[in-house]
Design a protein around this ligand. Structure first.
Ligand code: FAD
Ligand code: SIN
Length: 533
């Protein structure tokens, strides 16, 4: 048994992830507890920093919670859990107040916050900071966390697996979580981090697809870790594809926010100039929910052999476009595209993981000692398709719920027991890094081609066969060589792919984001796809 680095300091709660969900929980807990936040790579490496459009909240007198609930359930094709939807939507005004208190400089319209509009929303209700809301939110949360004496944040730590009762010096089979083994990316050593409570806030699995708007680290680590530790995972087939990712051979994952369509942007066939949404959703046109618009674009691209379609907002005054979308305008100008004068080439790309680790309204997972919040979870909010700008909101509401539940039950949470160190006795350094690169590329490619926007049973089975082959190879490799972040991510990417394909094969209907040509209709009974380890 190779002795590696010990738990660095003593903390009450460990949080895996420094995005909106993790830092919301950290700030709430830090009022009375010592909190350790671990993040892979940089502290700003998650999706939160990349969010553009904004945060949905009922703040306008003409809008109601009921409207927002209805829009969320319509987008989610009825698969949502009503209690969760109401919980999150009613928690929105408080979440926005707290962000204002932290200094997030939301755009204003005289005395009130400016509200923009996005697809699937019946009212203007998106609070935003220009077209770079995520960066403003991430910065404010980080600043507050850095100022708290009770919060320690360690970037460059890749969580590998939860510490469970299996890792106690004295084995007991209660299935409780006591913290996490994490790779120190700088030293290459594996650290043990233990605490009375652990919160998982590790984001989504978008990078399982070849084309994704998500950052490089979105490899489903949290979902895979929780699954391996014994937690149920639900609705993983519900992968959201954003309709409008920039088509550019150099810049592969730059999002063109839905707010461009919210402020009047229209979609056109690039050769005929036909406004094709007329053929798919005449009433809602470009503001139909994302699954409808993404499928329409996918259909145009496949049917006409196109590389992309056009998104055009150049009918709006140039000043209006520059003022509303300064980040996108600047980025596109740098690429030689003038969005005030002509169209933007766009394609759909994976964008959001609706499924994940099953949690209840207190953010509890199946595993004692483990809470989870944000994109790595399935809380019942999104159902079969997430309504735009509901996900940051979910992070704030469930991040707080996790913290509150831990605080409310603090006295019943035991101190962690003595834990075995990470076992490195049977592994050596790898001399074949190419295996990781090859497998990573292969997974992402077949997931895009076989498990994408439009599916068939045959394609899903093909993907399942490849996953089975790769799984053996990757597990052999994992068991033989010293862990690296690339290897950890590859293992998790493959696990996430398996969960997605298994879930997709189980759903014998087309609902929301899951569209299969073999079962094109809705089934009568509405049920979650719940996988049990
Ligand atoms: P993240 O912000 O993704 O953070 C995950 C954290 O976990 C990171 O700190 C990461 O380093 C860490 N982590 C991951 N794996 C490990 C590991 N193994 N060990 C240690 N740490 C780990 N939603 C909206 O509501 N409105 C929007 O306008 C919007 N725009 C978006 C635009 C883009 C381009 C993208 C990609 C997403 C957008 N979303 C939007 C979705 C939203 O940004 C995310 O769902 C949300 O930010 C997720 O927050 P999170 O805290 O759950 O995870
Ligand atoms: C966007 O700005 O289009 C993204 C909004 C979201 O993903 O919720």
């Amino acid at each position: 048994m190779g002795e590696t680095q010990e738990n660095l300091g003593t903390y009450d709660v460990i949080i895996i992830g420094s995005g909106a969900a993790g830092l919301t929980a950290a700030l709430e807990l830090a009022q009375s507890k010592r909190v350790l936040v671990l993040a892979k790579g940089s502290l700003t490496g998650g999706s939160t920093a990349w969010a553009q459009g904004g945060i949905a909240a009922v703040l306008d007198a003409g809008d109601t919670f009921e409207n927002h609930v209805r829009d969320t359930m319509v987008a989610g094709a009825g698969l949502n859990d009503l209690a969760s939807v109401e919980f999150v939507i009613e928690g929105a005004p408080k979440a926005i107040d707290r962000l204002c208190d932290l200094g997030v400089p939301f755009n204003r319209d005289k005395d009130s916050l400016h509200l923009t509009r996005e697809g699937g929303h019946s009212h203007r209700r998106i609070v935003h900071v220009d077209d770079a809301t995520g960066w403003a939110v991430q910065s404010a949360l980080l600043k507050a966390a850095e100022a708290s004496p009770n919060i320690t944040m360690l970037g460059g730590r890749t969580a590998i697996d939860f510490i469970t009762d299996r890792h106690r010096e004295k084995f007991s089979a209660a299935g409780r979580i006591w913290g996490v083994y994490a790779l120190n990316e700088e030293t290459g050593r594996v650290e043990r981090h233990t605490a009375r409570a652990t919160i998982l806030a590790a984001g989504g699995a978008g990078r399982v697809y070849q084309f994704s708007t998500a950052p490089r680290g979105a490899t489903g680590d949290g979902i895979a870790m929780a699954w391996r530790a014994g937690a149920r995972v639900s609705n993983m087939e519900m992968m959201q594809f954003h309709p409008t990712c920039l088509y550019n051979l150099e810049v592969k994952n730059f999002l063109i926010t839905e707010a461009v369509r919210g402020e009047g942007g229209r979609l056109f066939h690039p050769e005929t100039g036909h406004r094709f949404m007329e053929d798919y959703d005449k009433e809602r046109m470009e503001l139909a929910p994302r699954d409808v618009v993404a499928r329409a674009i996918d259909d145009q691209i496949k049917r006409f052999g196109l590389d992309y379609v056009h998104l055009d907002i150049s009918h709006q005054p140039p000043e209006f476009v520059r003022e509303h979308f300064p980040t996108i305008h600047e980025k596109l100008t740098g690429l030689g595209i003038d969005m005030t004068a002509g169209p933007i080439p766009v394609v759909p790309a994976q964008h959001y993981t609706c499924g994940g680790v099953v949690v209840d309204l207190m953010a509890r997972t199946d595993l004692p000692g483990l809470w989870a919040a944000g994109e790595c979870t399935e809380s019942g909010l999104h159902g079969a398709n997430r309504l735009a700008s509901n996900s940051l909101l979910e992070c704030f509401v469930f991040g707080e719920a996790a913290a509150d539940d831990i605080l409310a039950n603090w006295d019943a949470l035991e101190e962690p027991p003595a834990i075995l160190p990470w076992d490195e006795s049977r592994v050596s350094d790898s001399d074949e890094q190419v295996v990781i690169k090859q497998n990573w590329t292969e997974i992402r490619r077949f997931m895009w081609n076989y498990v994408g926007i439009v599916r068939t049973t045959k394609r899903l089975e093909r993907a399942a066969n490849r996953i089975a082959l790769l799984k053996k190879e990757v597990e052999d490799y994992y068991g033989s060589f010293v862990v690296t972040t690339d290897l950890i991510e590859l293992r998790n990417l493959l696990q996430s792919a398996e969960l997605i394909v298994r879930s997709a094969l189980e759903r014998k209907e087309s609902r929301g984001l899951h569209y299969t040509m073999d079962h094109p209709d809705l089934a009568e009974d509405i049920r979650d796809t719940v996988l049990v380890p």
